[in-house]
Write a new protein. Structure first.
Length: 127
C-alpha cells in the first residue's frame, strides 16, 4: 500500500511539472496591444512581442473593455504612422489552446489571418 501511494505521488508530481512547462508564465513582459479589424465593427485584440529573429503573438482571453478601447483609440490616432500598436507591459499565463485572428477580406467578410496562442492575463498596463 505504501509503495502504491508513493507511486501515485510521483505520478502526480510529474504531471504537475509538465503542466507548468506547457503553460509558462510571463511576468512584466513589455509588448504591444494590437487591433485586427475582422469586418466593419468587428475587432480582435492580440498581444505581440518582438524578439530577435521572431515575433510572438498571443490572444488575451480576458482583456478588459477599457484596454480594448484604449488600443482602438491608439490605432485610430496613429493610423497614418507605421506603428499603431499600443505599448503595454503585461503578466499572464500562456494557455495550451489558440484563437484564429481574422482580418477583413473581400466584401468585408472575415478571413483567417493567423493563429495566436491564448493567454490569461493577471495584469496589464500601458507603458
Amino acid at each position: 500500500m505504501k509503495h502504491f501511494f508513493m507511486t501515485m505521488l510521483a505520478v502526480g508530481a510529474t504531471s504537475c511539472q509538465s503542466d507548468e512547462l506547457s503553460t509558462p508564465r510571463l511576468v512584466d513582459q513589455p509588448g504591444f496591444l494590437e487591433v485586427a479589424v475582422c469586418s466593419r465593427g468587428c475587432y480582435q485584440y492580440f498581444l505581440s512581442v518582438s524578439r530577435p529573429n521572431t515575433a510572438e503573438r498571443w490572444f488575451p482571453v480576458n482583456l478588459d473593455k477599457e484596454l480594448q478601447q484604449a488600443a482602438l483609440d491608439y490605432a485610430i490616432a496613429n493610423q497614418v504612422t507605421t506603428d499603431n500598436r499600443l505599448p503595454v507591459v503585461f503578466t499572464g499565463t500562456l494557455l495550451t489552446d489558440s484563437t484564429t485572428i481574422k482580418t477583413a477580406g473581400a466584401d468585408d467578410v472575415p478571413v483567417p489571418a493567423f493563429k495566436a496562442r491564448n493567454i490569461e492575463l493577471t495584469g496589464i498596463r500601458k507603458r
